[in-house]
Design a protein around this ligand. Structure first.
Ligand code: ADP
Ligand code: ADP
Length: 223
């Protein structure tokens, strides 16, 4: 999937300008990091791509399509093409690993056969095949985050967005999670990872977009 922001601005109802004049182009199959201090606008930028929030000014193109032209009926379809990973992974502890990973498939109406295959394939990709029946509570923090990633990729999204996915993990587990994103990128998925861990980002040697108080202050090679 390809994302293009053209002078995008987002003003919340409070009057706060979370993003101003943000322009960048993330090409099909590219991997980039999004950095900046807390409050810089990283989550807001990702919410605009997901259409959880709408921009106030400017244009957002996804595969060349202006998001403003998508009607209500097209939004669930758009969201299914994007996998999202959060810092606190948002797993449900009242059900098994299997049913956590299967959640996005239920929304898209897959049958049991298909669901079983997809869930096992997703768990295999994150190295946790065999843990289906466990409650996520029984897993370590790093494993829980990998379950969150399996859930994000179970629909085979064309774009993977991760918002501070390593926020609660130690450096070794953080590096493992970043390597996992890199593997998805290698098979053609466009990936954007928001992180304020500059040391980790620098080691990954990918494009780095930097926000400061809602403005894109750097779009360069490495951090
Ligand atoms: P982070 O810094 O990790 O992105 P925040 O703690 O800033 O997260 O925000 C958590 C949630 O609260 C987000 O959904 C964000 O959109 C929302 N939020 C943040 N700041 C405000 C605010 N001033 N008014 C209302 N909602 C806010
Ligand atoms: P980051 O993810 O880089 O921490 P955010 O995108 O969460 O930044 O927030 C950018 C700015 O917008 C912050 O000042 C935050 O308080 C504000 N903000 C975020 N969500 C809301 C909201 N729903 N309402 C009002 N202000 C918000």
């Amino acid at each position: 999937m390809e994302i293009e922001f053209q002078r995008v601005g987002k003003k919340y109802e409070s009057g706060h300008d979370a993003l101003s004049q943000v322009s960048f182009h993330l090409r099909q199959g590219e991997m980039a990091f999004l950095t900046g201090h807390s409050g810089a606008g990283k989550s807001t930028l990702m919410k605009l791509i997901m259409m959880i929030e709408r921009q106030t000014t400017g244009t957002i193109l996804v595969d060349g399509v202006d998001l403003r032209t998508l009607g209500k009926h097209a939004i669930p379809y758009h969201r299914r093409r994007v996998g999202v990973v959060f810092q606190n992974h948002q797993l449900l502890f009242d059900r098994s690993v299997f049913h956590n990973v299967a959640l996005p498939l239920q929304v898209s109406g897959a049958d049991d056969d298909q669901t079983g295959k997809r869930v096992r394939a997703a768990l295999d990709k994150v190295g946790l095949l065999g843990k289906e029946k466990l409650n996520p509570m029984a897993l370590s923090g790093g494993e829980q985050q990998r379950i969150g990633i399996a859930r994000a990729v179970v629909n085979k999204p064309q774009l993977l967005l991760a918002d501070e996915p390593t926020g609660n993990l130690d450096p070794r587990l953080s590096a493992e999670i970043m390597n996992l994103f890199q593997e998805f990128n290698r098979v053609g998925v466009t990936v954007m990872v928001a992180s304020h861990d500059l040391a980790l980002v620098a080691r990954m040697r990918h494009r780095v977009l930097t926000l400061n108080q809602g403005r894109m202050v750097n779009d360069g090679g490495f951090a």
